[in-house]
Design a protein around this ligand. Structure first.
Ligand SMILES: Cc1ncc(COP(=O)(O)O)c(C=O)c1O
Length: 286
């Protein structure tokens, strides 16, 4: 397997060893980022690195690398990966102080830094032609979902429920509002308008979400609303899709036991997915 970037060095994955006292291991005290490359071209790297910097700042970990240093690491990982479509994983934890203590170590210790690459699996034929099913589950997460924390237990449990139910994604519902997916943002076409949850502490500000919102606004053909989607209104939607860096615009044609709209790929999704794929081909999209 290809080398990973670990605490400033390039090593084989089985040589990258984390201490049992690492705060990421003990407390989930760290953040992460996932950056895609398609056909060996990074897509949205600047926005992802900005979000990483923000997540780190929110939990008061000093960013271990500058943006050009991160880009050098990421570009090497993309180049070395045998696949053309690559997912870069970055994780930074608060490091390994000598003693387990909930409070941040004072003085701070060096963070534990990992960056690795893996292939992005192509979308299955079934999803490309028929769309996917999602289930709705209660949102059990905390009140800072805008931080891309490695504390993912509620997301993991939600996704596992989806997998166990034969669905592709779980839609998280908090106080009657359908917010986002276990690892994706949520869009719904209701009465001819495109809706997605507003940015704030209850969702992760998805890079794909933000880019799509900008694209739709620039096109000016479809009203784009950043507003809460009430759970019941989800079932009035003519189309639903969920966005993320590695799954693009995932069309949802069934939620729980109900078809979305006519239960097949919708015209809005087809157009926006087409336009989004075009965007990915533009060099300046990096
Ligand atoms: C909770 C959550 N929301 C949304 C997203 C989508 O974000 P992005 O488009 O930046 O991949 C993710 C991605 O992992 C996520 O974990």
């Amino acid at each position: 397997m290809n080398e990973v970037f670990f605490n400033g060095h390039w090593v084989a994955p089985d040589q990258a060893k984390v201490s049992v006292f690492d705060r990421g291991f003990l407390f989930g005290d760290g953040v992460y980022e996932v950056i895609p490359a398609f056909n060996k071209q990074l897509f949205g790297a600047a926005a992802h690195l900005t979000r990483l910097a923000r997540s780190l700042a929110e939990i008061e970990i000093t960013n271990p690398l500058t943006q050009p240093e991160w880009l050098a690491v990421i570009n090497r990982l993309v180049a070395d990966c045998p696949s053309k479509d690559v997912s870069i994983y970055i994780q930074v934890s608060r490091g390994t102080p000598p003693k387990r203590d909930h409070a941040y170590p004072n003085p701070p210790v060096a963070p534990t830094v990992l960056a690795s690459a893996s292939p992005i699996a192509p979308v299955s034929e079934a999803i490309r032609t028929q769309g996917a099913r999602a289930i709705t589950v209660p949102d059990l997460r905390w009140n800072r979902c805008d931080i891309k924390s490695v504390n993912l237990l509620p997301n993991i449990m939600a996704r596992q429920q989806a997998v166990a139910a034969g669905a592709a994604e779980a839609i998280l519902v908090r106080e009657g509002i359908a917010l986002e997916g276990a690892a994706s943002n949520l869009f719904a076409v209701i009465d001819g308008e495109l809706l997605t949850a507003p940015l704030g502490p209850h969702i992760l500000g998805g890079v794909t979400r933000n880019r799509l919102v900008d694209m739709v606004r620039t096109q000016g053909q479809l009203p784009m609303l950043e507003c809460p989607i009430p759970f019941d209104r989800l079932f009035d939607a003519s189309e639903v899709f969920m966005t993320s860096s590695t799954r693009d615009l995932l069309p949802i044609t069934r939620i729980n036991e109900h078809p979305v709209g006519e239960g097949r790929l919708g015209a809005v999704w087809q157009q926006l997915n087409h336009d989004f794929q075009q965007l990915k081909l533009q060099r300046n999209a990096q």
